[in-house]
Design a protein around this ligand. Structure first.
Ligand SMILES: Nc1ncnc2c1ncn2[C@@H]1O[C@H](COP(=O)(O)OP(=O)(O)OP(=O)(O)O)[C@@H](O)[C@H]1O
Length: 270
C-alpha cells in the first residue's frame, strides 16, 4: 500500500535528467600541492529516485563527496549539478535533506518541535513551499505517540528516527545520509535499514548513503559506489541485482553473500 505522504512529494517541478551529476570533480583542502587531492576526477550520474550507497576506506573522501553534493564545499575543479541546477540552488530550495551520524537534536525541544524546526527557519523561496506534515512524518518513521517526548527520553535509534523525520520535513528530493546508523547496535540498525528502504519507496526521494558496513551497503543500495583513497577516486560502481531486501533475513542468500565478499575483496585493494 502506498503511504499517503507519497502523493505529497512532488512540488510541481519535473526533474529531467539525473538528480545528481558530477563531472571531473576534484577537491582539496590545503594549498600544499605535495599532498594528494581529497577527491580527484570524480564523475558520476545518479538517476532521480535511485538509492546509492558509498563505501571506501577511512579518509577516501566519502563525507567530502556528500558535502560537495550538498553545496557545503566547492569543488577545486569540475562541476556538480543537482536537479538541473547548482547545489547552492538546491540547498536554498530545501531540495536536499542531510542526516548525520550524530542526530544533534535540540534538547529543549520536544520530538515534534525538533521535526518542525526546518519549517521555522526555512527560506522564503517561492519555488519550495511544499512540506510534509510533521505528525505524519513521525508516523512514517515509527514514532507515533511520541511527539511530546523530549530527546533525553529516547533511545539512540529513536533519536536517529527523529533526525530522519527532520531531514524529510521540507520534502527534499535528495536525502544525503552520512553513516547515520554507525553508532547503533546491530538489531536497531537492521530495523532502521528496513525503514529507510520503506521511506525511500514511499517518498520516491533520491538517497545517497555512506556506510562503513559492506552488508548495509549491499542491503540498501541499488548500486554501491566504491571509493579508493589517496587521492579519493571512484574505484568501481557495482550494480546490485537482488530482490527487495525488506528484512535482515532477506540478506542471507548466496547471491547477497557473493556481493559482500566481492566488495570486501575490492575494498582490500583500496
Ligand atoms: N576541513 C578539512 N580540512 C582539511 N582536511 C580535511 C578536512 N575535511 C576532511 N579532510 C581530509 O579529507 C580526507 C577525506 O575526508 P572525509 O571525511 O571525506 O573521508 P571519509 O572517507 O568520509 O572518512 P571516514 O570514513 O573516516 O569518515 C581526509 O584525509 C581528511 O583528513
Amino acid at each position: 500500500m502506498t503511504h499517503p505522504l507519497a502523493s505529497l512529494r512532488s512540488d510541481g517541478t519535473a526533474v529531467r535528467g539525473p538528480a545528481v551529476r558530477l563531472e571531473h570533480v576534484s577537491a582539496r583542502m590545503s594549498d600544499d600541492m605535495s599532498r594528494p587531492n581529497i577527491l580527484e576526477e570524480v564523475s558520476l550520474s545518479l538517476p532521480a529516485s535511485s538509492f546509492t550507497t558509498i563505501i571506501g576506506p577511512s579518509g577516501s573522501g566519502k563525507s567530502t563527496l556528500l558535502r560537495m553534493i550538498a553545496g557545503l564545499l566547492q569543488p577545486q575543479a569540475g562541476t556538480v549539478g543537482i536537479l538541473g541546477g547548482t547545489p547552492a540552488e538546491a540547498r536554498r530550495n530545501r531540495q536536499i535533506g542531510f542526516v548525520f551520524q550524530d542526530p544533534t537534536l535540540l534538547p529543549w525541544r520536544s520530538v515534534l518541535e525538533n521535526v518542525r524546526l526546518p519549517l521555522e527557519i526555512r527560506t522564503s523561496s517561492p519555488s519550495k513551499t511544499a512540506h510534509y506534515s510533521p505528525v505524519e512524518l513521525l508516523e512514517l518513521v515509527g514514532l507515533q505517540g511520541r511527539q511530546n517526548a523530549m530527546p533525553h527520553e529516547l533511545s539512540g535509534g529513536m533519536r536517529q528516527r527523529v533526525a530522519i523525520a527532520r531531514a524529510l520535513v521540507c520534502k527534499p528530493d535528495i536525502i544525503l545520509m552520512d553513516e547515520p546508523f554507525g553508532a547503533l547496535d546491530e538489531i536497531t540498525r537492521d530495523k532502521l535499514n528496513g525503514e529507510v528502504l520503506r521511506i525511500w519507496q514511499e517518498t520516491g526521494a533520491t538517497i545517497i548513503f555512506v556506510t562503513h558496513s559492506i552488508s548495509e551497503a549491499v542491503r540498501l543500495g541499488e548500486r554501491v559506489l566504491v571509493l579508493r583513497a589517496n587521492p579519493g577516486r571512484i574505484e568501481r560502481i557495482v550494480d546490485i541485482d537482488l530482490p527487495r531486501r525488506a528484512t535482515a533475513d532477506d540478506c542471507e542468500s548466496q547471491t547477497f553473500m557473493t556481493y559482500v565478499s566481492m566488495l570486501r575483496r575490492l575494498l582490500e585493494t583500496c
